[in-house]
Design a protein around this ligand. Structure first.
Ligand code: KIV
Length: 286
């Protein structure tokens, strides 16, 4: 890992990447240690996703996470990141109840040290998004599959399979662009439609499960590291099998503690012989 401190990436640099046809990279992070590692890389953005609901909290839906939990995760991330644009997901219920509540909640993320917020939704929340961007709050949009508002029993099916659906998504992307978002996450949208949207808007599209014809990619880090195993979407590529590696490490620790192999001399602290002799005398007297 490089110890050289690189300068902070700006939102305007993210926008330029689309013009220069440079791919944008984003991963989720929810804590200090993982964010420290991200900070040493050339990733462009780090997302404190509401996927924290599932991978950090074990909830069965992203609807179950709230502002307090999200802000706690944000604190860990912003204490580590000096390089990437930090985007925080506004959780379900934090922006649907009107302009002033959404502004108040978005400002909590910015005050915490995040650079931008992400809101899941299209036409139904465009006024809320516009209200935030008019105030200078950087907003990332999120359309396609919207887990916050997809009932669990509907399943997380891919979006934009029909020409009609494709037009609706394209229209939503354009409306979000007009509302001032600086980029749009497309989730589980067919590759064809993701490509059409990417060519039709001036702001970068960041795809998850949308194929390669988008301006950037995002994955949930716990998925790509092989740490979250409850559900394995087809669009995830596993770069590591971290859960197996962690399991093996825990088993090795357990075995070594039981057999006396751990701890060894290098893991201990000692009193001086003189102090120990003094202690022995004191113990005899006591
Ligand atoms: O919460 C999250 O991790 C996300 C990504 C799927 C983009 O919104």
């Amino acid at each position: 890992m490089s110890l050289q401190k690189k300068s902070k990436i700006t939102i305007s640099e993210i926008l330029s990447k689309k013009k220069n046809k440079e791919k944008i990279t984003m991963l989720t992070s929810y804590d200090y240690c993982l964010s420290r590692i991200c900070n040493e890389t050339d990733l462009d953005m780090v997302l404190i996703g509401d996927s924290a609901a599932t991978v950090m909290m074990g909830y069965n839906s992203t609807r179950k996470i709230g502002m307090a939990e999200m802000l706690t995760f944000c604190k860990g991330v912003v204490n580590a990141i000096t390089r990437q644009v930090v985007v925080a997901d506004m959780p379900f219920g934090s922006y649907q109840m009107g302009k002033s509540i959404s502004i108040k909640n978005a400002l909590k993320f910015l005050r915490c040290g995040c650079d931008a917020v992400k809101l899941e939704g299209g036409l139904e929340i465009v006024n809320i998004i516009k209200n935030l961007t008019d105030l200078g709050i950087p907003v990332m949009g999120h359309i396609g599959l919207k887990p916050q508002t997809t009932p669990l029993h509907h399943g997380y099916i891919s979006q934009g399979k029909t020409a009609e659906d494709a037009l609706k998504l394209l229209n939503e992307a354009k409306v979000l662009e007009e509302a001032g978002v600086f980029s749009i996450v497309l989730e589980k949208v067919t590759s064809e439609v993701a490509s059409v949207i990417t060519q039709s808007v001036n702001v970068p599209t960041i795809g998850i499960g949308c194929g390669p014809h988008v301006d950037g990619q995002v994955l949930v880090t716990h998925d790509m590291l092989g740490l979250y195993r409850d559900f394995e979407p087809k669009f995830v590529k596993r770069y590591l099998n971290l859960s197996e590696q962690i399991f093996n490490a825990i088993k090795a620790y357990e075995t070594e503690v039981k057999s006396g192999k751990f701890p060894q001399e290098e893991h201990m602290y000692h009193m001086t012989e003189e102090e120990f002799a003094k202690l022995e005398i004191m113990l005899k007297r006591a």
